[in-house]
Design a protein around this ligand. Structure first.
Ligand SMILES: [Zn+2]
Length: 225
């Protein structure tokens, strides 16, 4: 009687356990499937150096500078807080925060992506995330038609790449307003021809405000709020 009771409990426990395991496996399979139908971008579309980069002088200048007490990690989190407070606009018209996908640490040929890719139909307007200045319009081998925008404090640089084209008349030195159309989504550079998207990056500028240098901050953390 007692033994039968124990055996019965064990059987119920086993069946429940098996069911739980099966449910978990099923959930994992569903997750795998939904992950695989998401568009994946594995091309190398990082910020590349300008062809005529003055990096030799920049590098030697940097090396000569003594490294101060400011820990890079602390300054990045300060920067993230500052950027969060700005409530930046999502740089592609019609895209909501909950549609963004983190891809900052994704591997791209030998380095990390350090940006976010925002998929949208070709020619969707690209919007300035905040007020600022057009620091550079650069035709990049990897990024295609790109825009480097400085924020009003010249502390941050916003990088927009793979543009189909710039907004009419846009030129270096222009002041732009938050939400202003500065370009259009495309596949210039090495973006897959059938996957128009905006490659968007944020960097903390160095003291010398070189548009091609800086410390990358994950745009997802700043834009998905
Ligand atoms: Zn990208």
């Amino acid at each position: 009687m007692n033994l039968r009771h124990v055996l019965g409990s064990a059987l119920v426990g086993f069946v429940l356990g098996a069911f739980t395991v099966a449910s978990f496996q099923n959930a994992a399979a569903v997750r795998r499937e939904s992950a695989s139908i998401l568009p994946t971008l594995t091309h190398d579309d990082a910020i590349d150096e300008p062809a005529a980069s003055p990096s030799a002088t920049a590098t030697s200048g940097r090396v000569a500078e003594p490294r101060g007490a400011a820990a890079p990690a602390a300054s990045v989190s300060d920067a993230e807080r500052e950027l969060a407070a700005k409530q930046l606009m999502i740089p592609v018209q019609g895209v909501r925060a909950d549609q963004l996908v983190r891809s900052f640490a994704d591997a791209r040929a030998g380095h990390e992506h350090e940006a976010i890719d925002i998929l949208a139909p070709r020619n969707t307007p690209v919007l300035a995330v905040e007020d600022g200045t057009i620091a550079k319009l650069f035709l990049s081998k990897l990024g295609g038609n790109t825009i480097y925008q400085f924020d009003p404090s010249q502390r941050f640089c916003y990088y927009y790449a793979h543009l189909e084209r710039y907004a009419d008349g846009l030129k270096e030195g222009d002041a732009v307003r938050r939400g202003q159309v500065i370009g259009y989504v495309g596949t210039s550079g090495n973006a897959p021809p059938n996957t128009p998207h905006l490659h968007f990056a944020i960097s903390i500028l160095n003291a010398d405000h070189h548009w091609w240098e800086g410390t990358a901050v994950d745009p997802y953390d700043v834009l998905s709020r």
